[in-house]
Every structure is written in structure tokens, then in C-alpha cells.
Design a protein around this ligand. Sequence first.
Ligand SMILES: Nc1nc2c(ncn2[C@@H]2O[C@H](COP(=O)(O)OP(=O)(O)OP(=O)(O)O)[C@@H](O)[C@H]2O)c(=O)[nH]1
Ligand SMILES: [Mg+2]
Length: 144
Amino acid sequence: MKKRIMIVGSTQSGKTTLANALNHCSRALKKTQDVIYGDNAIDTPGAYIENAAMYKYLIATAQTASHVLILVDQSRPQEIYPPNFAKIFTCPVLGVVTKLDIAPENAGICIRQLKRIGIFEPYFRISLRDNTGVEALEKHLLGK
Ligand SMILES: Nc1nc2c(ncn2[C@@H]2O[C@H](COP(=O)(O)OP(=O)(O)OP(=O)(O)O)[C@@H](O)[C@H]2O)c(=O)[nH]1
Ligand SMILES: [Mg+2]
């Protein structure tokens, strides 16, 4: 089975928007209720990370992933991840700050959250409003 990039993050953090960018498609942005496999990315529901009883579904889905992207929403950086959450995955985990165009005063909080989650730099800071940072992320993911 083709290995895809799994996207994890809180409700409304921009998971589906990023999945669409990586899949070069435009699925509707209604609340994601299930794991959705695209050409390159696997989109997941926010509920899976907001409820510890659902972590097992993320772990199972990550078995087929090349990478896990852990999203932190700069517009709403609440702590939803337990410390060292990244360590539950066996594939490479990348930290992604989304909605860079909103609330720049939260930039430092987001970086501290990614460190606390147990993710190493480089972190990727993106806006899907104007696609800032998406090319750098894609290059890293595709190893180019
Ligand atoms: N300003 C801004 N808005 C964004 C950005 N990325 C996503 N959004 C908006 O944020 C909202 C939520 O985006 P989604 O991609 O549906 O978020 P999600 O994480 O898939 O949401 P759920 O499936 O409900 O968990 C939409 O209105 C997007 O247009 C961004 O970089 N900047
Ligand atoms: Mg979604």
C-alpha cells in the first residue's frame, strides 16, 4: 500500500485545507468525521486528538503513513496534546504551525507547544490563505 502523509490536529486547525493542498484537490471543508485517504495525504477528524480514547485510531492509521504532521493552530493555540505525544508514532513526525496569517503574537506559544509534544526542529510554519510555507513543507516531505 502506498505510504501517505497523515495529518493530525484539533478541530478547525486547518487539517482538511492542508490535505487538499498536498492532494492537489479541493474537498469541501465541512467537519471531517472519518479518516479520509487522498492521493498523498490522510486527513483525520479533530475528535481523534481531542479524546484520549481515540488515540488508538491515530496509532493504527499511522501504521500506513510515511510521516505524521502534527498541527498547532496559531489562531487558537490551546494545549490539546499530552507531553511527548509525538513519541507514540514510529514514523517521522513533523511539527506544523497553521494559520500563520492570524495572531502573530502566538508564534512563540506554538513553538513551545511543538517542543513539549516532543517534536524536533525544523518546524514548518504555513498559511493556507496564501500558501506561505507549503512548498517548503512539500519539498521536505518528498525529500527534494
Ligand atoms: N486564515 C486562515 N484560515 C485558514 C487557514 N487554514 C485553514 N483555514 C480556515 O479554517 C477553517 C477550518 O479549516 P479546515 O481545513 O476545515 O479545518 P479542519 O482541521 O479540517 O477542521 P475539522 O475537520 O472540523 O476538524 C476553514 O474556514 C479554513 O478556510 C489559514 O492558514 N489561514
Ligand atoms: Mg477537516
